[in-house]
Design a protein around this ligand. Structure first.
Ligand code: GDP
Length: 529
């Protein structure tokens, strides 16, 4: 048992949240570089020109030169086993991005120092905040002109509603970037253009007590300014409280440049030290302790047709407790089926590795015989609990879907329902109508293309998509009466999901408030459980 404890305690399962172009791919690459997982920069998937090592599973990814799916990378550093969940962030932003955060124990928030908090970061942050997981902030691109440091912190606090605690402090930015001040060690790690591209770790720390050495290294003016700012932050900034960090109420903030390898190692080291190992997870029979319980896991993503020749579906699961061995029988709780998991794999940077064993915190992919769904629980045959489901995230784009050839109705319904079950899209219908016409909702617009492409390629059904102007969706949580009696606004539409739950969709966000005002006793929710 003790080796299980030791292994689980080493696990750090996290995701990186950021707005496109803030530097997530560059930072990931540096993590892998420092941990010795890769030898050269440029091997992590990312831009159209980069090698699509991780996830060019679907044909559409090759055509578009982007990655539609997400997976996890494992690397070791500082005695920790890090499981980095890949959260798609460009046009391929989708519900999967949100769901992946359900499998993370902490998050790294990368912010472009020149831009501050951007919309996508805000959306992803909201999901992390809902789960109360710790968030560690890396302010990137300090080698470029950045906003005033106090303004950046203020922006995070006001925009995201989380307190900040700078762990280090930048000295200038852009052409005047001189380094970072370590608030704990009270010394300065100097930055120089000559270190460009080299690995960190060069001894260039100067204690602030050695004023003359400091001022000759970074200049008198920068030294003066730094001393003034240090006095200010020591007096005004939140004091560091690890418990608040763990509760997601305080975010430790670090500065650096992922591209120039500056501040990254310090960040990695401190982040892995503070980030939590797997903790107990809620089930319908109470909390399940990762250490004292046997194997259990839940499915957070299902990916279809990764291998065209086999037409297989891969279910990605996050192990929540105990140790997994590939030769053991486990129970799929929702179907009651007990069996060995089919071809458990870890998806690595450029290959799939068969897994013989894995521990709480690890992510694995298994072949789905067609009965697994997002949120499903796996545990030992003797156990009888199931984990809390994954919320359905509000789609932000809607389209009416029609089939071109109405003779293929059955195929159309089958195809669209299966794709919806995988969770790539959500489907709705106007209240009281059948399946002839479906309203499809997605988190990222690219999912519309994926839907069209997959229906044509996998089900041989051609569709017409007509985008609708709605952007805001609310589930009707509480209403005494018929949904038709809700007094609406001109930009509102009543729909229902496949389970028959009524919803309202709106073009304008302010209409949501108006409808609430007009209907006493009406309660609306942004997520559906
Ligand atoms: P992602 O979209 O968040 O994954 O961002 P990338 O890592 O692909 O970075 C976007 C662009 O910003 C690329 O051209 C990077 O080379 C550049 N970049 C990333 N980090 C830094 C940095 O620290 N400094 C500078 N100057 N550029 C950076």
């Amino acid at each position: 048992m003790s080796d299980i404890r030791e292994e689980i305690e080493k696990r750090r399962t996290f995701a990186i949240i950021s707005h496109p172009d803030a530097g997530k791919t560059t930072l990931t690459e540096k993590f892998l570089l420092y941990s010795g997982t890769i030898n050269t920069a440029g091997s992590v998937k990312g831009k159209a020109t980069a090698k699509h090592a991780v996830s060019d599973w679907m044909e559409i990814e090759k055509q578009r030169g982007i990655s539609v799916t997400s997976s996890a990378l494992q690397f070791e550093y500082d005695g920790c086993v890090a499981n980095l969940l890949d959260t798609p962030g460009h046009q391929d932003f989708s519900e999967d991005t949100y769901r992946t955060l359900m499998a993370a124990d902490s998050a790294v928030m990368v912010i472009d120092g020149g831009k501050g908090v951007e919309p996508q970061t805000r959306k992803l942050f909201k999901v992390c905040a809902m789960r109360h997981i710790p968030i560690f902030t890396f302010i990137n691109k300090m080698d470029r002109d950045a906003l005033d440091t106090f303004d950046i912190l203020d922006d995070i606090e006001k925009n995201l509603g989380v307190a900040t605690c700078p762990v280090n402090w930048p000295i200038g930015s852009g052409k005047n970037f001189r380094g970072i001040y370590d608030r704990q060690l009270k010394d300065v790690l100097t930055y120089s253009e000559t270190l460009k591209g080299t690995k960190e770790g060069v001894e260039n720390r100067i204690p602030v007590s050695d004023r003359s050495a400091l001022s000759s290294a970074i200049g008198e003016e920068a030294t003066e300014k730094l001393m003034g700012e240090v006095e200010l932050i020591d007096g005004a900034a939140e004091s560091f409280d690890l418990e608040e960090v763990k509760a997601g109420m305080l975010t430790p903030v670090f500065f650096g440049s992922a591209l120039q390898n500056f501040g990254v190692e310090i960040f990695m080291h401190e982040f892995l030290k503070m980030a939590p190992a797997p903790e107990a997870r809620k089930s319908d029979m109470g909390l399940i302790d990762p250490y004292s319980s046997d194997f259990s896991a839940f499915v957070f993503k299902i990916q279809a047709n990764m291998n065209k020749a086999h037409r297989d579906r891969i279910a990605f699961m996050r192990i929540c407790s105990g140790k997994f061995r590939s030769d053991m029988n486990v129970k799929h709780v929702q179907s009651g089926r007990v069996a060995r998991l089919s071809q458990p794999q870890q998806i690595m940077a450029d290959d799939r590795k068969t897994l013989d064993e894995a521990y709480a915190g690890d992510i694995m992919g298994v072949i789905d015989p067609g009965i697994y769904a997002i949120g499903d629980t796996f545990c030992m045959p003797k156990d009888k609990y199931q984990y809390e489901g994954i919320p359905t995230f509000a789609p932000e784009h809607f389209a009416r879907v029609r089939q071109v050839d109405t003779m293929k109705r059955e195929k159309f319904v089958k195809g669209i329902t299966q794709i919806a079950q995988e969770g790539a899209i959500q489907i709705f219908r106007e209240i009281g109508t059948g399946m002839e016409e479906i309203i499809c909702g997605v988190v990222g617009v690219l999912q519309f293309d994926v839907l069209k492409f997959r229906l044509e390629n996998e089900y041989n059904v051609e569709i017409i998509l007509e985008q609708l102007p709605y952007e805001h969706i609310r589930w009707v949580k509480e209403w005494n009466g018929d949904v038709k009696e809700i007094v609406g606004t001109s930009d509102m539409k009543r729909i229902e999901d496949l389970k028959g739950n009524p919803l309202l969709i709106f073009v304008n966000e302010w209409s949501v408030g108006m409808v609430l005002d007009r209907n006493k006793g009406l309660e609306l929710a942004e997520f559906s459980r």
